[in-house]
Design a protein around this ligand. Structure first.
Ligand code: C2E
Ligand code: CA
Ligand code: CA
Length: 771
């Protein structure tokens, strides 16, 4: 909000003008009296002059016949006449007045200095003065007529009017015209009129300026107070009345409060500055008539006495800052807070983080950052609409707020991302407990728009301390830890470790867009890898593995895009594509006389969505593949953090006749006890267990134990990643049921596997693939 300086300056001049106006009025009053006196004197002189002139003429007539005694009398009369004329002229010169003398009966005008007034020569002046009317400003003509007729009719004691008349140059000048009939006949008819004229153009302009100034004073949108040199209020304008509630006349009360406020700032200093610089300003507090206080921006301007440096008046201007302050506060709030949740936004967060890092540098205490991101939020937005999405974010914001304290500040970075800055971090397990609690609180069902929604979040944590704490690094590392938590399937937290890669979000976003398009355009295809039965020495099944043919980058590994699909909610679409392709392919093989079990990897993200059962039913029906020829692989870690509901879904699918395999066994918590509860048919031992299966090796001992126990649980055992004949032989000796790996065949498109499958894999076990 800007305050212009033009108005206050004009206003201070205007205050000056007000003061001048008062002086002027005083002067004019005096002048009026003087003029009236002079007029009377003039009339007297003119009459006397004429009497003398008459005397002179009669004397002259006598002269021809008279003696020298008479000529002396004549001389005396002449002298008297001259003296009176001189006196008259002097009086006229002093007053700036021009004299006119109108012989009404003969319509003859005597006018002194008409040439000076109107810029005319004597002859022209005579003509003009005989009839003024054509020269008077049309707007003023009626006023002139009116004034004259009223006086001639004896309805006014004197003739007085102000009007404009055209100067020989063409411009208008203001004239003040006054006069009086000095002789009338018995019937009251005017015979002679005497008067004065003068140029009042300058005075009129001055008055107009004053009028203008006074209008500005009253119509200004700032409150104005005219004060004396001691800062006591003399007069105020209408805005002042509106702003303060004090009526004109009771402004002193406001003034007293203001005076005390100025006293606190220092009256001497204020007056000093007014004297030195001519102005002073500050934000002070005013008191309204109602009793309430309000912030105001006050500017004082010095008005000096005429012709001196002395402070005569002080004009004060102020504007009520209440609304300005409120707007400012609101704007500040909006600029630093998130509208949806009311939490601090990214900009305020950055500042707080910066402050916290500086403080941490001083106190040498650790600072932690929890980057909290809701899992599958995009999907939620897509399924339930952004309104529900917004409501969920508000609820999440409120739930997270419960964790805030002077040591923990929360912000929303945008989208479904929140961040918590934790200062004075103690032990690491405190942070871990905090993260666990946050995850637990966010898992509580959210009820909105009649839906009960289950949420989960992922948290990336980074910790820093010391003087050289770098907030950018802290942010980036929390981001990397978050990525990691997402990669782990979400609903978990990760503390940053050095080996986590920092990923620029832009690349990921681009990849997401491309994957979305790739899925639509059929660039994601299933390859198949045979599973070889060690009892029958035949290929009994295949595992479908997703491949993405990227238009520019070529074939992309699922390691790179599965976690992305899981995070972005694209996993459901991807799963369905692979499931359909695999079932259709399985049915095609069956129709060609090759009975194979096709295995499809399922993601727990997809399973949690709860429509997997319907999907499997639909795909089996559409493809015509018998249920027992479909196997679904689920990783051990995914099953471990699964809820009751998840296990129920698996059981339902299994009830259709579909086989269930536990994938990557040994990489998670490897709880065989837990496996008892899992409705599964087979177990896939992770390839990390079979590096060295030579006699008495540790791997061999573990693998043997797994196989034995799995058999005890009635589970078939398949070992993954078998690359050598030695591995295969050892596994066969341990009683392993089946193997999968490059030794048998690498994953390949269905068409390329045709020959291998037709042979049933016979003879494959002896030669590693590609050899
Ligand atoms: P996985 O389910 O454990 O699949 C086996 C992985 O081991 C495959 O990697 C396969 O190419 C690789 N492999 C097979 N034989 C050998 C071997 O002899 N030696 C070695 N070193 N590796 C071998 P791939 O295809 O890159 O898939 C990686 C992971 O991606 C899979 O691990 C699976 O978890 C996931 N994935 C692949 N396709 C899908 C899918 O359609 N849906 C889901 N949800 N996940 C999938
Ligand atoms: Ca698998
Ligand atoms: Ca596996």
């Amino acid at each position: 909000m800007s305050m212009t300086n033009d108005l206050p300056l004009a206003d201070s001049q205007q205050a000056l003008m007000r003061e001048q106006l008062q002086q002027l009025l005083q002067v004019r009053k005096q002048q009026d009296q003087e003029i009236q006196e002079q007029q009377r004197e003039l009339a007297r002189l003119r009459t006397r002059e004429q009497t003398l002139q008459l005397q002179v003429s009669s004397l002259q007539a006598h002269l021809e016949h008279s003696s020298s005694e008479q000529s002396q009398t004549l001389q005396l009369a002449y002298d008297k006449l001259r003296t009176s004329e001189e006196r008259l002229q002097r009086a006229l010169d002093a007053s700036g007045l021009l004299l006119w003398d109108w012989d009404v009966q003969n319509n003859q005008v005597y006018h002194s200095g008409a040439d000076m007034l109107l810029g005319l020569d004597a002859v022209q002046a005579g003509r003009v003065l005989a009839d003024l009317r054509p020269w008077v400003h049309p707007d003023d003509l009626s006023a002139v007529r009116e004034a004259m007729t009223t006086h001639l009719r004896q309805q006014s004691s004197d003739y007085r009017v102000e009007y404009r008349i055209r100067h020989a140059d063409g411009h208008w000048i203001w004239i003040e015209d006054r006069g009086q009939v000095i002789s009338r006949n018995a019937a009251g008819r005017a015979l002679r009129m005497l008067g004065t004229r003068r140029d009042i153009t300058e005075r009129r302009q001055h008055e107009e300026n004053l009028q203008l100034a006074s209008m500005v004073f009253e119509t200004s949108n700032e409150a104005i107070m005219v004060m004396d040199a001691d800062l006591h209020i003399l007069t105020v304008n209408q805005v002042f009345v509106r702003s303060t509630g004090y009526a004109k006349g009771s402004e002193q009360q406001f003034g007293e409060h203001l005076y005390r406020a100025l006293q606190q700032i220092g009256l001497e200093e204020i007056q000093h500055e007014l004297n030195d610089k001519g102005s002073w300003h500050a934000d002070v507090t005013g008191k309204r008539y109602s009793g309430g206080t309000f912030p105001l921006r006050l500017r004082l301007h010095a008005v000096r006495a005429h012709g001196s440096d002395e402070l005569a008046y002080v004009v004060g201007f102020f504007s009520d800052l209440t609304q300005f302050r409120e707007t400012q506060q609101r704007l500040e709030y909006l600029a630093r807070h998130d509208e949806l949740t009311g939490l601090p936004n990214r900009s305020l967060f950055r500042q707080r983080l910066q402050d916290a890092s500086q403080q941490a540098g001083v106190t040498e205490e650790a600072l932690a950052l929890l980057h909290i991101d809701l899992d599958r939020f995009k999907l939620l937005n897509e399924c339930f609409g952004t309104e529900t999405g917004d409501e969920v974010l508000r609820i999440v914001g409120r739930r997270l707020q419960r964790f805030t304290s002077p040591q923990r500040s929360l912000a929303r970075l945008g989208g479904n991302e929140f961040v918590m800055v934790v200062t004075e971090v103690g032990a690491q397990d405190e942070l871990e407990a905090l993260a666990e609690n946050v995850l637990r609180v966010l898992r509580a069902p959210v009820v909105t728009a009649g839906e009960e929604l289950l949420l989960s979040a992922s948290i990336g944590i980074s910790v820093g301390s010391g003087d050289d704490l770098d907030v950018h690094a802290l942010l980036n590392t929390a981001g990397s830890a978050l990525e990691r938590a997402k990669y782990m399937g979400g609903n978990t937290w990760q503390l940053y470790r050095k080996d986590m890669l920092v990923d620029g979000g832009g690349v990921r976003l681009q990849l997401e867009q491309q994957l979305r398009r790739g899925l639509k355009e059929g660039h994601v295809q299933a390859h198949y890898q045979p599973k070889f039965c060690l009892k029958s020495n035949r290929v009994y099944g295949v595992e479908a593995l997703a491949r993405w043919y990227h238009p520019e980058r070529g074939m992309i590994s699922p390691v790179e895009f599965i976690s992305l699909a899981e995070e972005t909610g694209l996993i459901a679409e991807l799963s369905e594509i692979i499931l359909r392709q695999a079932c259709t392919q399985g049915k095609a093989w069956l129709d060609a006389g090759i009975e194979l079990q096709v295995a499809v990897n399922l993601s727990v993200q997809h399973l949690r969505q709860g429509n997997v059962l319907q999907l499997v039913c639909a795909v089996l029906e559409d493809s015509g593949l018998p249920a027992h020829l479909l196997e679904l692989e689920l990783t051990e870690s995914q099953l471990l953090d699964g809820s009751e509901r998840l296990l129920d879904t698996i059981a339902d699918v299994r009830a259709l006749g579909v086989q269930i395999a536990v994938d990557d066994f040994g990489t998670g918590y490897s709880s065989l006890g837990y496996l008892k509860q899992v409705p599964a048919d087979s177990l896939k031992v992770d390839r990390s267990f079979i590096h060295d299966l030579s006699d008495n090796s540790q791997d061999a001992a573990i693998t043997q134990a797994i196989i034995t126990m799995a058999h005890g649980l009635n589970l078939k055992v398949v070992t993954e990643g078998v690359e050598t004949q030695e591995q295969l032989d050892a596994l066969r000796a341990m009683g392993c049921d089946a193997v999968q790996g490059y030794l048998i065949a690498s994953p390949a498109p269905a068409a390329e596997l045709q020959s291998v499958l037709l042979q049933g894999g016979n003879g494959l076990t002896g030669k590693p693939k590609g050899a």
